[in-house]
Design a protein around this ligand. Structure first.
Ligand SMILES: Cc1cc2nc3c(=O)[nH]c(=O)nc-3n(C[C@H](O)[C@H](O)[C@H](O)COP(=O)(O)OP(=O)(O)OC[C@H]3O[C@@H](n4cnc5c(N)ncnc54)[C@H](O)[C@@H]3O)c2cc1C
Length: 479
């Protein structure tokens, strides 16, 4: 199914992301933690230096101060998606209507309440550690930007109401939306009050600093090449080995190729464009409250401002991965997705037409078969995992860190009892069907959503194919 593409982007996507440049400049180019050499011993080994691994390390240290914890990160901390995302920090009030059919009413509200601790936890972390991660608690605003998107807004409001938490999803009329951010295409909206934004790489780097300050062993540029399960388990790296009683695997998108989990996971690309500073244009449209904003598409546009008056516009419509491979450019160099993010900026915020695009970058997201993360322990092994954030992991990774710490410590508590400790409710076909099927559905959905933005219905064949995920209760995209 052909995708009618946006014109070429003004700037081709490339790494490093602006966020990481800004964060490293702010910290004065701290030296890297040394790679692992020779053999080391730990009580808990954590693979992955993103939010999940770093929050897990801090939670372990807090709950069991004498535990020897070691983190192995393939690159420097903050290089992966944790340093390149849109910086939307929020819990699960935005996802109630999708949680409900999977988990039931009580567990849905329980997940919402557990995740409501995320923003206060990040705030408390920053205050306690003297960190500035540009935390801005301006709310998360979901807008309808086409008649076909009205339902997404209405469903979010109705579900919060039916679940007895109407205060978490406040309806906004066209005029009320315009008071917060003015656009000719915004029709109505819903405001989730716990939504916030952060400078994502600053958060990752702040967590890294906290890990080092707490005496946790950190080895950067240390890719784990093999995990041998045992009692203890052994992690092999190019120049060393780490022997540990408990292992936490927090490598996110890379797990789509990991045999024990690959039937539940695939990867999609998400890309952003970043404008030059345009504080006067941002003010002209009244967008001074720092709201994180997203439209009602399945392949969502997400947008926010920065401390220096720039606008970040993202598109979760990037290519689908194959067999968990992350190294072939589709997640970092896909100009077509960068162009869609830019086209989104021009359509959704035409008053910013004069804002030049300065940078663009992308990264992989770990999409689970039912679109929510899952945590667990491999049968017969002390190897714990957490993955499947499906493009919404900045806040939930804090939950993930708490859950994984409890699993590794063998605790029986609110975290190990979380409904997110589970097997996903659906599984995906093996490759190449996973990529081919996912690719066909993605192309159809893009065609339909594009037509809907232009007031059309989209080709009948595309509509039929794009309906498949909903019929199978296996959503695609990042909404
Ligand atoms: C462009 C983009 C925009 C996004 N926007 C948002 C947003 O606004 N809000 C939101 O909630 N979510 C967003 N996300 C998703 C969010 O970034 C992720 O869910 C979150 O960062 C996941 O954190 P993590 O620690 O689990 O994984 P990661 O940040 O991916 O960390 C995993 C780390 O493991 C390392 N690793 C992999 N393999 C190995 C190995 N073998 N050995 C050692 N280390 C290894 C990787 O190098 C990586 O650094 C976005 C993602 C992208 C790509």
């Amino acid at each position: 199914m052909p995708i009618r593409e946006s014109p070429a982007p003004s700037v081709r996507p490339s790494l490093p992301p602006w966020w990481l440049d800004e964060a490293l400049a702010a910290e004065g180019q701290a030296s890297e933690a040394p790679p692992l050499e020779g053999e080391e011993r730990a009580d808990v080994a954590i693979v992955g230096g993103g939010y999940t691994g770093l929050w897990a390390a801090l939670a372990l240290r807090e709950r069991e101060p004498s535990a020897r914890v070691a983190v192995l990160a393939a690159e420097i901390c903050g290089w992966g998606p944790s340093g390149r995302n849109g910086g939307f920090l929020n819990g699960y009030w935005t996802h109630l209507s999708r949680l409900r059919p999977l988990f039931g009413d009580d567990a849905t509200v329980a997940i919402g309440r557990a995740a409501a601790q995320v923003v206060p936890a990040v705030r408390a972390f920053c205050e306690a550690r003297g960190e500035d991660v540009w935390l801005r608690e301006g709310g998360y605003l979901k807008v309808s930007a086409a008649p076909a998107q009205d339902a997404a807004v209405e469903t979010a409001i109705r579900t919060a109401d039916e679940l007895g938490v109407p205060e978490e999803a406040k309806p906004l009329s066209r005029e009320q939306v315009a008071e917060r951010i003015s656009s000719p295409v915004f029709r109505r909206g819903v405001l989730f009050r716990d939504g916030s934004t952060v400078q994502p790489a600053r958060l990752a780097r702040a967590l890294r600093r906290a890990v080092l300050a707490d005496g946790i062993a950190l080895h950067e540029r240390t890719r784990v090449t093999r995990v041998r399960a045992g009692a203890p388990s052994t992690l092999e790296t190019p120049r060393g080995r780490l022997v540990a009683d408990e292992v936490i695997v927090a490598t996110n998108a890379a797990l789509a190729g990991w045999r024990p989990l690959r039937r539940f996971l695939t990867n999609f690309g998400s890309y952003v464009v970043l404008t030059e500073p345009v504080p006067e244009l941002v003010e002209e449209i009244g967008w001074t409250g720092g709201e994180a904003v997203a439209d009602g598409r399945m392949f969502v546009h997400y947008f926010r401002t920065t401390n220096d008056g720039r606008v970040v516009m993202g598109s979760g419509s990037g290519p689908i991965g194959h067999g968990g491979r992350l190294d072939d450019g589709r997640f970092t160099g896909d100009a077509a997705t960068g162009a869609r993010a830019e086209a989104g900026l021009r359509r959704l915020l035409p008053a910013l037409a004069g804002a030049r695009i300065e940078r663009s970058w992308g990264g992989p997201i770990d999409v689970s078969a039912d679109h929510f993360p899952f945590f667990g322990t491999l049968p017969g092994a002390r190897i714990h995992y957490g993955v499947g954030y499906s493009g919404h992991g900045v806040g939930p990774a804090w939950l993930g860190g708490q859950i994984l710490a409890s699993l590794a410590l063998g605790r029986d508590d609110e975290w190990s009892a979380s409904p997110l400790v589970r097997t996903p409710s659906a599984s995906l076909p093996p490759e190449p069907l996973k990529r081919l099927g996912g690719g066909a559905i993605r192309a159809a959905t893009l065609a339909v959503e594009r037509a809907e933005e232009q007031g059309e219905r989209g080709p009948a064949a595309a509509r039929a194919v794009s309906a498949i995920p909903r019929l199978l209760r296996m959503p695609l995209g990042t909404r």
